[in-house]
Write a protein that binds this ligand. Structure first.
Ligand code: ACO
Length: 373
């Protein structure tokens, strides 16, 4: 057998087959472009598409929504767990712990059949926003807000977080961001989930690992770093000089660049108008103006373009969502992609076990301990 060429970071290496999503010729989920989905569907329809393979009829959507909405609750002991976490625990770390803990309570936990995996996926889709909102409020000493079954995924999350209904413009903007975050082929967290379940582990273990992978600032954690960049840039007057100086210091401008998209990320273009409208609605366009200047400098100096996290950071900031919630919100959407990939992997499983190129010492023998220096 010939050894394939080594590609650091597995760049460009096909690591499996999928029918869920492609980034070739623009991002699409199960054949539908993300632009078409963002324009014409709700996140709840897209969640159904990813999990079940087709867009739902009105009746199937109603049935799906009713099932997911009814599962919007946590075992009571999860609230005790949240209260027991150290006060410096981040919402993303708490979510990773919560998903792991939820596995103990799921009656299907060890069943890897297609139908059981779908049931578990729909339950996690329902429970993850509840876990984020409950942990957020418990950490602040606020009473938790019970979920509403009549609201969409996005609307219910904002309601539980704030204790009051959000405006339709806010719900729409969050909903579109969730559609754009839902799935992205073999990104790091999804691939991590597939590796985990390829050992015939289980969905909760795969999603727990995926949340751990999402956390890093080179992946999902970047959306929280975007506001750090904008705040450090200071505003439209300083943005150009600040960006050039940061690049001269070889710093990464979080929210820019992508392993696959080298000429721009279609998702960033779609969401930019929602970030702009939210900023105008909040009467604070300073960060939009700052972002435009940084975009111009990055294009001119590095030929580098924004990824989805760039407008997301600004949108969530304009919606007055606290920064440590941004990556958990990503997870609240990406659970659909992770779950679809876990199901696809387990429906046609082969252990994922690549090889390494050895760079260590040549073969040697163990000296008795007394003879070692
Ligand atoms: N700002 C400045 N320089 C950058 C950036 C950036 N955002 N991204 C890459 N570069 C530079 C690197 O420093 C490197 O320069 P060098 O060759 O002079 O050393 C070169 O571009 C190549 O960088 P790599 O890390 O090898 O490129 P890769 O394809 O692996 O990177 C990544 C992709 C990790 C996303 C990178 O662009 C990055 O770190 N971006 C910032 C983090 C971010 O926004 N992540 C979100 C990804 S999208 C998502 O999860 C929804």
């Amino acid at each position: 057998m010939t050894t394939p060429a080594y590609s650091p970071g597995l760049e460009g290496v096909p690591a499996g087959e999928t029918a869920i999503c492609t980034v070739a010729d623009g991002l699409s989920y199960r054949g539908y472009s993300v632009g078409d989905l963002a324009e014409n569907c709700s996140f709840d329809e897209v969640a159904f598409l990813l999990l079940h393979g087709e867009l739902p009829s009105a009746a199937r959507l109603q049935e799906f929504h009713a099932g997911v909405a009814a599962a919007r609750r946590l075992p009571p002991s999860l609230k005790d767990l949240f209260a027991a976490l150290p006060k410096w625990t981040t919402p993303l770390d708490a979510l990773r712990t919560a998903v792991s803990a939820l596995g103990h309570f799921d009656q299907d936990a060890a069943d890897n059949s297609h139908i059981a995996n779908l049931r578990k996926s729909e339950r996690l889709l329902a429970q993850i926003p509840v876990a984020i909102a409950d942990q957020y409020r418990i950490a602040k000493g606020l009473p938790v807000v019970p979920a509403r079954q009549d609201l969409s995924h996005a609307a219910n999350f904002l309601y539980m977080l704030r204790g009051e209904e959000a405006s339709s413009a806010e719900v729409k903007a969050l909903d579109v961001s969730l559609i754009l975050y839902a799935e992205h082929e073999f990104n790091a967290s999804t691939f991590a989930a597939r590796v985990i379940v390829s050992t015939l582990s289980d969905l909760h273990s795969g999603v727990t690992g995926a949340i751990g992978a999402l956390k890093g600032p080179l992946h999902g954690g970047a959306n929280e770093k975007v506001m750090d960049i904008l705040l450090a840039a200071g505003g439209p007057d300083q943005a150009e000089a600040w960006t050039k100086a940061a690049l001269a210091r070889k710093e990464r401008i979080m929210g820019f660049g992508h392993r696959v998209y080298k000429a721009g990320d279609v998702r960033a273009t779609i969401l930019k108008k929602y970030a702009g409208a939210a900023a105008e609605g909040a009467g604070a366009t300073k960060w939009e103006e700052t972002a435009d200047i940084i975009e111009r400098v990055m294009a001119a100096e590095k030929n580098m373009y924004p990824n989805l996290d760039w407008p997301v950071g600004r949108l969530y900031h304009a919606m007055k969502l606290e920064i440590p919630l941004y990556t958990p919100i990503f997870a609240m959407s990406r659970i659909t992609g992770w779950a679809a990939h876990v199901i696809e992997q387990l429906d046609n499983n082969r252990l994922i076990r690549p090889r390494a190129i050895y760079k260590g010492p040549a073969p040697r023998t163990v000296k008795p301990i007394a003879e070692r220096g």
